[in-house]
Design a protein around this ligand. Sequence first.
Ligand SMILES: [Fe+2]
Length: 194
Amino acid sequence: MNKHIQELVCSLFKHCRSTLGHSLRVADELDKFSSYIDIKPSAEIYYMGAVHDIGKLKISSSLLNKTGKLTISEKHELNMHAIYGKQILQEKKVFSEEFMNIILYHHENQDGSGYYGLKGQEIPLFSRMLRIIDSYDAMLYGRAYQSPINEEQIKLEIEALKTTIFDAELVCSFLHYIEAKKQRMLVEKLQLSR
Ligand SMILES: [Fe+2]
């Protein structure tokens, strides 16, 4: 599987570097957050993050990098990246149905208002985790059409959307994880300055 992931990541590098940067940060965060909530580590977890937006390979880079307001048809086209992602992975013939569905459902909302209308626990666990981490990264680093916001504001946004968009229990763990990461970085900084 590793060889296929490398090929897909290389294609994303050529197609849209900002999407690749976002995907690799999401992969790293998904990997670390999984360990934080005691999920057994595996390379597959990192791969899920790395290719969660791989469907954007089928979307023009001019649309991906558009800075102005998106039209309804452009939003619809962008939303197609979830199904395009599954199609691209299917062509490789090495990914499990479970893995591909995690990518297909990474924009589902708890209240059923996502792309495919799945609700609550119907949404695969890693898709629910990706939903939070993907949004966190998009808010922290911004998007072509959206300016970044600071971490305190992000926490409030995520908190406000728990139960409607995000899994409330995962939100609680994720906010603790972010706080623990911040504290750890602070301690490391203090140790370095001694
Ligand atoms: Fe996405």
